[in-house]
Design a protein around this ligand. Sequence first.
Ligand SMILES: [Zn+2]
Length: 243
Amino acid sequence: MTEPENELTISAEVLSRLHRIHRQLSDLRGRLRRGPVQVQAREKHLQQLQQQLEQLRQQTKTAQVAADHKQLQLRSGEEKIAKLRKQLQEAKSNKEYQLLLEQIKADEMANSVLETEILEALEKIDALKRKVHEVQAQVEKVQEDLQRVRAQVQEEQHIIQEDIQRLEQELVQVETFLPEQFRERYQRVVRAKGSDGMALVDSGMCCGCYHELPPNQVNLLMMQRIVFCPSCGRLLYMEQKSS
Ligand SMILES: [Zn+2]
């Protein structure tokens, strides 16, 4: 016994139109999904840059505090030396004089080390500030880019949604040409696989999986019968002969 749908016929033109609509719909739906992904990628990049900027600002601040502290140390070191020099002038004995002189020498040495450290710290702060400016400029650039892409995607999404609506209406209209008894099976296939649920047959080959079809299947297709590819399960239709 043959299944009743084996006796059904569908014009290849209807199947070809349906396939085109499904292809366009999956393309549009893909673009609809990609739009927000493009925006999200930029949002993520911006967030990373802002975090980096915040870290650099913190580092600059910390370095500045450390440098300020060293400057204060240096100043009090200098004050101490001035005091010692005064004491030196008023030294009562040679021993006291020598001791003070050694103390001054030691303190001058410590100050000299501090001066070097301060110089290095200031250089580091300068480098950090340059980096802050650099990242700040990057943040602004990405912010502008994000705004532009967001607006562009928003506008595109609107157009794509309209196109999808129009195609869905067209789809429903073309689907009315399908035999009643076949519609449920067709819907199952396209709902599960979208445009990949259908394939063109060109020169006896399924264009979905590139397997050659048995001749009897090709014959059935030529009689506009319903044929699914034995290899990939796609609903098949014959190439439209342009005359
Ligand atoms: Zn196939």
